[in-house]
Design a protein around this ligand. Structure first.
Ligand code: 5AD
Ligand code: SF4
Length: 462
């Protein structure tokens, strides 16, 4: 019997007992877009099994946390959530930990949080229906922790919340071994989907009204079509951009080593492909890059940047940086600041190095003290802020096409997103009354009239 039903009110003797067949679940997601999209597929799977989603953990019989372990802070979040709802266990709830912390910690989670009943990493999501049956038949400890799979997680049903932009996973796992990174341990080896199934999904999305697609993978550049068609990533990207009805295609994330010039060539040739590349550099010092096991030098990275700068369409470039990796000297750090200037990034995600279980960097000497990491991070972020102020000012007076993402009641502005992934907040022209028509999901041309470090503002043009 489902434990979740045990605590239900006892029926009055003699009354007709009606079995409650709809089981409720709540899911909270931490981490990257891969996780967000995994949750959409997990929700589709659960709904397909007859479960119904609720908005709060209090209302739910099954509580899922889809977790991230990329940095220590992300990992701590799930344990604090589990502590928070520990008391709920007595009320007959079932707790499940999915995702990267599940894979990394495995059965240790049952020790740390004995009220958890299911621990399942992303490489085992295909087995979720059968694991749910095990839970329902009273099994208190269900695990899905094998990484030994050649499958990708494809669901007949996916619950997407955004009606205009949809994610499609094209490759799962990661075959690189960056010294700081848990992902190869939490998501397993690389598995690519067939090009036919990706194109089919894009066509279905276009038919149901989606206009923007974001292709996802830990390393989309290593996409290799397992079918005889044998497309590479550039070919797949181009073909997704040719699906009728799809106006914008984005992709994330790229590894510089596998990033070929043909990707820039297809972006140049196909206007549906967004002119934005996220290319994580991590450090501007070749010495640090070698120690991180990144498989490229600063010069090789800059060659990719040169391809982008030589493109016919202006390409926005964003990156990820880690400060305070073991052994990082002041001069290594300055090399990173210099690289930010040289590239002139549109945006940078920057992080303090965080020691992660199982990773090769744990063995490195010369850990950088926490205060020093914080100091470098603050300097880097201020440095980049100044770069963004200059970069964004270049857009003043330009007209940019925006996809409308929503309306900000507080400012009275519509929130738009340019092809380059910049936020462009705008008003309708003064001559046009606001009316009550919803612009969300529409594409409008907007003239940029103001520029800040993190966003642009403007006015829609006729
Ligand atoms: N510490 C700090 N940042 C990390 N990242 C990955 N692993 C770590 C770590 N151990 C950052 C990298 C990566 C981004 C997703 O997270 O910059 O590109
Ligand atoms: Fe976090 Fe990395 Fe897992 Fe994404 S793949 S959820 S970023 S640990």
């Amino acid at each position: 019997m489902n434990r979740a039903r045990e605590g239900a009110d006892k029926p009055h003797p003699g009354t007709l007992v009606q079995l409650r067949i709809v089981k409720t679940f709540y899911i909270e997601t931490f981490g990257c877009q891969m996780n967000v999209h995994d949750s959409e597929k997990v929700i589709g799977t659960l709904v397909g099994q007859g479960y119904s989603q609720v908005e709060t953990p209090e209302e739910a019989e099954l509580v899922f946390y889809n977790t991230c372990s990329i940095r220590d802070k992300a990992e701590q979040k799930v344990f604090s959530r589990l502590q928070q709802f520990k008391k709920e266990h007595g009320k007959g709830k079932t707790f499940a930990v999915l995702g990267c912390v599940a894979q990394q910690e495995g059965e240790k989670i049952f020790e740390k949080a004995p009220h958890v009943s299911l621990v399942c990493g992303s490489a085992s999501y295909n087995r979720l229906p059968e694991m749910l049956v095990q839970l329902e038949t009273g099994n208190r400890r269900v695990t899905g922790l094998s990484l030994d799979t050649e499958d990708t997680f494809e669901t007949p049903m996916t619950r997407r919340d955004n009606p205009h932009r949809a994610y499609i996973t094209i490759i799962e796992g990661c075959d690189k071994s960056c010294a700081y990174c848990v992902v190869p341990f939490t998501r397993g080896p690389e598995r690519s989907r067939t090009s036919a199934s990706v194109i089919r999904e894009a066509e279905e999305l276009a038919r149901s009204g989606y206009t923007e697609i974001q292709l996802l993978g830990q390393n989309v550049n290593s996409y290799r079509d397992p079918s005889p068609a044998a497309w590479d990533f550039a070919m797949l990207l181009d073909q997704v951009g040719r699906v009728p009805g799809i106006r914008r295609v984005r992709f994330t994330t790229s590894h510089p080593r596998d990033f070929g010039k043909e990707i820039i060539d297809v972006i140049d040739a196909n206007p549906a492909l967004c002119n934005h590349v996220h290319l994580p550099v991590q450090s501007g010092s070749s010495r640090m890059l070698a120690s991180m096991g990144r498989l490229y030098t600063r010069e090789e990275y800059m060659r990719r940047i040169a391809w982008m700068k030589a493109a016919r369409r202006p390409i926005a470039i964003t990156t990820d940086v880690i400060v305070g990796f073991p052994g990082e000297t002041e001069s290594d750090f300055e090399a990173t600041l210099g690289l930010l200037d040289e590239v002139g990034y549109d945006s940078v995600f920057s992080f303090k190095y965080s020691r992660r279980p199982n990773t090769p960097a744990l063995a490195l000497d010369d850990q950088i003290p926490e205060e020093e990491k914080s100091r470098r991070l603050a300097i880097l972020q201020e440095h980049q802020r100044q770069i963004q102020i200059r970069r964004n000012a270049e857009y003043l007076g330009c007209v940019e096409e925006c996809m409308v993402e929503g309306f900000n009641k507080a400012t009275g502005q519509w929130i738009g997103r340019t092809a380059q992934h910049k936020t462009l907040n705008f008003l309708r022209p003064a001559s046009e009354p606001e009316g009550d028509s919803d612009l969300t999901g529409k594409y409008l041309d907007v003239r940029v009239t103001r520029a800040g470090p993190n966003s642009l503002a403007g006015e829609a043009v006729h």
